[in-house]
Design a protein around this ligand. Structure first.
Ligand code: C2O
Ligand code: CU
Length: 526
């Protein structure tokens, strides 16, 4: 009898022990986080049913199948988060096609909510652009939608949901789209690195800016609540992103990049997050060969300069592996998550002279507007334009929280950029927000950056789809209205977009064959 009792007690202890070690977050000993850990445990049963996220696959061919579904992402050995994926991984499957290909993507939605795919940076026909309420209805749970477009331009692009995008992209619903040029200059290694930020306690950050609840914000530290003014809120929101990742992994969990001595290596850097990151490649000279998929003219080799990558932007860099050992590509700065955003570059078969992280080292930041060789691009500052538009980007206090405005208005009240097919369009962007960065993204077109803070660009012609404006900065860009439709022009800090910083480039001579579903309660453009 005694024995049996003891057995029962022991079994109980073992069970509790197992429960604890299952909950990987229990391995941390930070008592201040005990509350959040308890919440995680209560979620555990539903999380447990989700499959672990897989490695990112590469898909090409005539018909590409994507399934949007849930998974559990093991970000590092401490943290597992429930995520949204395309094909079970974060980033989702890489779509890799050749210039000139007809691309057909069959997307099945197995998520519990409606989604879309937007092809960020890619000049697709307007009805394939994936903007709910503007170009298509969101794809409901269980439904399938087929996207089709021609891969007209080569380069590094990405795709993501445009439905409730501030939330869905945050949950991992994105992947990369690589279009290889017809006449390919082969590199020996071609790696894609997608940057992102996560909250180790996502439930806390899930409130949007407008519905933000002070009592939740500071983990119940009530003395601070009173002092918290709305102007600091955007900043605090960003502080909740405490884990930075490369390809869905953080710190030691990031898969090292293998190289051999003498090889030419291309890194395609994509920022899928909402924060800018400054990356430092250790031990090697490198060239920035392209940004936002577009090549730069005569890029010169640089070393020990930081590459600043804003939300939505892409930079392709190339280097020759001529310095055997183990090196880092690391994020610089002093945010909570900074040291997780680093990846090892390992020479195969070479003794390791191990590199040291040095995230706080002060290094110059590359000014892309002065990089590469100057020549005249397709547009100039003083030529004649058919349409001119000024975008004053601002931050203000709305009636339910912070709003982010274009000329004082929030979408859909913002004035569209009205164009006709063939128009030459010049847009002046000014960031009048005191603290916020605004990485402005135009759908369906590339624009040429002509001036920064009133001075003409002195580097390579700079052709982009996403342009980051720091507070006080002013840029002039130009593009040709050559892709009829209704196109979003918005901030890619998607929290800013959902709080108003969106407008449209509207072709007045375009007749859309899409009529929004009147029963769809989704917010237009989100
Ligand atoms: Cu990458 Cu409208 O967005
Ligand atoms: Cu913004």
């Amino acid at each position: 009898m005694k024995k049996l009792l003891l057995g029962t007690v022991l079994a109980g202890v073992v069970a509790i022990g197992a429960a604890c070690s299952n909950n990987s977050s229990m391995q941390g000993h930070d008592m201040s986080n005990m509350n959040t850990k308890k919440e995680n445990t209560s979620n555990e049963s539903s999380k447990q049913q989700l499959p672990l996220a897989t490695n990112t696959e590469v898909l090409s061919g005539k018909e590409i199948n994507l399934t949007a579904k849930e998974a559990l992402l093991q970000i590092n050995d401490q943290v597992k988060l429930p995520v949204y994926t395309y094909n079970g991984s974060v980033p989702g499957a890489q779509i890799r096609v050749k210039q000139g290909d007809n691309v057909k993507i069959v997307l099945k939605n197995e998520l519990p909510e409606p989604i879309t795919i937007h092809w960020h940076g890619y000049p697709v026909p307007n009805n394939q652009d994936g903007v709910p309420g503007v170009t298509m209805d969101a794809i409901k749970p269980g439904e399938t939608f087929t996207y089709e477009f021609t891969a007209t331009v080569p380069g590094t692009y990405w795709y993501h949901s445009h439905q409730k995008s501030a939330e869905q992209v945050d949950k991992g619903l994105y992947g990369t789209l690589i279009v290889e040029p017809k006449n390919e200059e082969k590199v020996d290694r071609d790696y894609t690195l997608v940057l992102d930020e996560w909250m180790s306690n996502p439930d806390e950050g899930n409130m949007d800016m407008s519905g933000m609840d002070h009592s939740n914000m500071n983990n119940g530290n009530s003395s601070d609540n009173q002092q918290m003014d709305m102007s600091s809120m955007g900043h605090d929101m960003m502080n909740m992103y405490d884990i930075f990742t490369i390809n869905g992994k953080s710190g030691d969990a990031v898969q090292p990049l293998k190289v051999k001595k003498g090889e030419k290596v291309r890194l395609r850097l994509v920022n899928a997050g909402y924060m800018s990151h400054k990356l430092h490649l250790h031990g090697h000279e490198f060239k920035i060969v392209a940004t936002d998929g577009q090549p730069l003219k005569d890029p010169q080799p640089i070393k020990d300069e930081l590459l600043n990558i804003a939300p939505g932007e892409r930079y392709d860099i190339e280097f020759i592996a001529n310095n055997p050992g183990e090196w880092l590509l690391e994020c610089h700065g002093n945010m909570k998550g900074t040291d997780g955003m680093k990846v090892k570059i390992q020479y195969e078969g070479q003794a390791n002279n191990t590199d040291k992280a040095n995230a706080k080292e002060n290094l110059p930041v590359v000014d892309i507007t002065k990089y590469g060789k100057y020549e005249t691009g397709p547009f100039t500052l003083d030529q004649k334009y058919d349409v001119e538009y000024t975008m004053d980007l601002g931050t203000a206090m709305g009636k339910d929280g912070m709003i982010f405005t274009i000329n004082g208005k929030t979408y859909p009240e913002t004035a569209p950029v009205n164009v006709k097919k063939g128009d030459l369009v010049k847009v002046k962007l000014v960031n009048n927000s005191p603290k916020d960065l605004h990485p402005m993204h135009l759908h369906g077109h590339f624009f040429q950056v002509l001036s920064k803070n009133g001075k003409p660009i002195t580097g390579s012609p700079l052709i982009k789809d996403t342009l980051n404006l720091k507070p006080g900065e002013e840029y002039v860009v130009a593009f040709k209205a050559d892709n009829p439709g209704n196109w979003m022009f918005h901030c890619h800090d998607l929290h800013h977009a959902s709080a108003g910083m969106v407008t449209e480039v509207k072709y007045t001579d375009y007749k859309s064959d899409y009529t929004p579903d009147p029963n769809d309660t989704t917010n237009k453009g989100e």
